[in-house]
Design a protein around this ligand. Sequence first.
Ligand SMILES: [Fe+2]
Length: 295
Amino acid sequence: MDIMPLGPGFAAEIRGVTLADVAADTAIYAAVRAAFEQHSVLLFRGQEISGEGQLAFSACFGPPEVTKVGSLGTGTNFVILTTIGDDGKVVPEDHRFALRNKANQLWHTDSSFKAVPALTSVLSARTIPDHGGETEFVSTRLAFERLDPGLQKKLEASFAWHHYGHSRAKVAPGLATTEELDALPPRCWRMVWRNPVNGRGALYIASHTYAIEGMEPAAGAKLIEELTAAATAPGLSYQHKWRNGDVIMWDNRATMHRGRPWPGNEPRYMVRTTISATAADGLESMRPPARVAAE
Ligand SMILES: [Fe+2]
């Protein structure tokens, strides 16, 4: 197995190993897992992708999420990200599918708004637009390490609130349905996720983050905005131009990502599997004190 660095200080391509190898061999899994802990984003090219194969690979890393209400694929282990409607045609730009892609174009980490946040997401390209549609990543671990020690200390002792409705409202009012909002109440997490394998901390923020516990709403929102801007400043990202057969996995504890736009008349079809974080991934250290959680 070869590890080829891709981005500015994070992200790597894994060569010489297929998704099926990882699912079949615990030693290969261990090597890929170690690369995941270190590089945060892993690219596998030239894969023969099936839903079953993607899920078997993903499930090596932990328990698969069941897709939430209101998403395509609800009740299964797959999230379908598509702009192709039931009639086989590309949907208009004001269609819910298209608006959801707009929401995915905000810098975020997956599932921070859920009762159990995600360790990793695995994304495979099935239909790729000819122009645009890249996925762009930044390291929130490197972003955290660039902050001054005083702010690092403050953030490590701070907790922020995450809500699905917050990120969706930035795109279109009513994009999050009542059913989704009922199923996804706000969640509170520590602002730094320390990786138990290498001890390195990462900022844990996303487009879903709307408030910081114990701060005035405006001051909290301003700090979230400043931290996001610093983490995503020009020159810090790895932008992935998709090819057929590409599969990318990323560490939701240590990165943010966003989709990039593409011409509205070109179809795009992607399949995501998502793995929940567990105690071994540092989940328990992310929970707020009981007093905060009860609010
Ligand atoms: Fe995402």
